[in-house]
Design a protein around this ligand. Structure first.
Ligand code: 13P
Ligand code: SF4
Length: 388
């Protein structure tokens, strides 16, 4: 097989990878300590030594989109569902170092005991999709649904990619959290309890799941825009909809277009298109296989030697998979670089800094959720973890 074809770099992607400076992208979050220089030749050794010194008191979780330099130090790697399960299953670890993004670390804090501390090596590791729904916007939406007379028959549901406050709202209103690996099961659970679902904040995961896996028509979905009065919908539209989708999306997965799929099929006849369900509906409809990052890994592990694949998800993961399967032809679905810039915030210097702070007896960048929010968010997370 030929090696992995690197997509063409873009100026923004290089900036986000730290090969330039863009103060605006820091979003006002600075590292509160002294970061080791990225050029320090001893970073790998320092990370290893700090982990060894911490022993069983630390457990490092790594999301599949993390950089290779970070993922090598993860005790467990996974999609967001597996990482939530793993966080809940490690009561002996005093420190959970979460190499992922903010909403994942918040969920870990909610699912771990009071004696455990969750650390996010870089506080700027957020998620632009999660930021597309604020708690006050969601409260306003619920008021709109109440005024239209539909709230009582609606079960709110949120994708894991949302703040703890939104998970808390959903838990308080009897709803459930889902991830891309259990969205269908969670939706079926919700429709056993109500006539409608309010799905937050990823319109694509919601639409793709009900249309692809549950036989809904596109017309059964309406889109609630939090920036418009009444979400831009009439009371009649809210009453007729089977699912009310929040107008949020992932900009990384939004990069994959129908053109990318068609061009790939032309360039590589026989290619299998494998994408994440955060891609748009037209991309998902044109793909051959759709699933979470864990599903993508499993599908490629089980693929026939010699088979050809184009994968529509974050580039760190796709490159790692291509290197792990030299007997299969694995390409990136977009022609240009497409990293999740916030996942990439966690680099080896930040990880070394966080681990060395723990060795020194200080807890850096601790993620805490207030007890009232955590109580309701936990109810929604527990419902997800208990799904059949
Ligand atoms: P997974 O749950 O599939 O890992 O997805 C998380 C995520 O943020 C994808 O963009
Ligand atoms: Fe958020 Fe998209 Fe990055 Fe996932 S890939 S963490 S949804 S911005």
């Amino acid at each position: 097989m030929t090696g992995f074809n690197e997509p063409a770099p873009t100026q923004t992607a290089l900036l986000l990878l730290g090969r330039g400076t863009d103060a605006g992208s820091e979003r006002g979050v600075d590292c509160p300590g002294e970061l080791p220089a990225p050029s320090d030749p001893n970073l790998v050794e320092r990370a290893r030594a700090a982990k060894e010194a911490l022993g069983g008191s630390v457990f490092v979780l790594g999301h599949h989109y993390q950089r290779d330099e970070v993922i090598q130090f993860a005790d467990v790697t996974g999609d967001s569902f597996k990482l939530a399960q793993q966080a809940a299953a490690r009561p002996d670890a005093e420190y959970i170092v979460f190499c992922g993004v903010h909403f994942m670390a918040e969920s870990a804090d909610i699912l771990t005991g009071d004696h455990q501390r969750v650390v996010l090596p870089d506080m700027a590791a957020g998620c632009s999709m999660a930021d597309m729904a604020t708690a006050s916007q969601v409260e306003q939406c619920w008021e709109d649904l109440t005024a239209a007379g539909v709230a009582a028959d609606t079960v709110p549901m949120t994708y894991m990619n949302s703040s703890a406050a939104i998970k808390g709202f959903v838990g308080r209103e009897g709803g459930v959290v889902c991830t891309s690996s259990n969205a269908e099961r969670a939706l079926r659970w919700a429709y056993e309890r109500g006539e409608k679902v309010l799905f937050l904040p990823d319109q694509h995961l919601g639409r793709n799941t009900v249309v692809r896996q549950m036989g809904f028509e596109l017309d059964d979905c309406v889109l609630y825009n939090p920036h418009k009065p009444n979400g831009g919908l009439t009371a009649e539209e809210l009453r007729e909809a089977k699912i009310i989708l929040w107008k949020g999306h992932c900009s990384v997965h939004g990069r994959f277009t129908l053109d990318c799929v068609e061009e790939m099929r032309e360039r590589k006849p026989g290619v299998n298109i494998l994408v994440h369900p955060e891609c748009t509906h037209e991309v998902v409809a044109a793909a051959d296989h759709v699933g979470s990052t864990e599903y993508i890994i499993k599908t490629l592990d089980e693929a026939e030697p010699g088979s050809s694949w184009a994968v529509g998800t974050e580039l760190n993961l796709v490159r790692r998979l291509a290197n792990a399967h030299p007997d299969k032809e694995i390409s990136f679905l977009d022609r240009t670089v497409c990293y999740c810039s916030t996942m990439n915030r966690i680099d080896l210097p930040h990880l070394v800094w966080a681990l060395e702070e723990l060795v020194a007896g200080r807890v850096p960048n601790q993620i805490t959720v207030d007890p009232e929010t955590a109580k309701h968010a936990r109810a929604a997370l527990d419902r997800m973890l208990e799904l059949p």
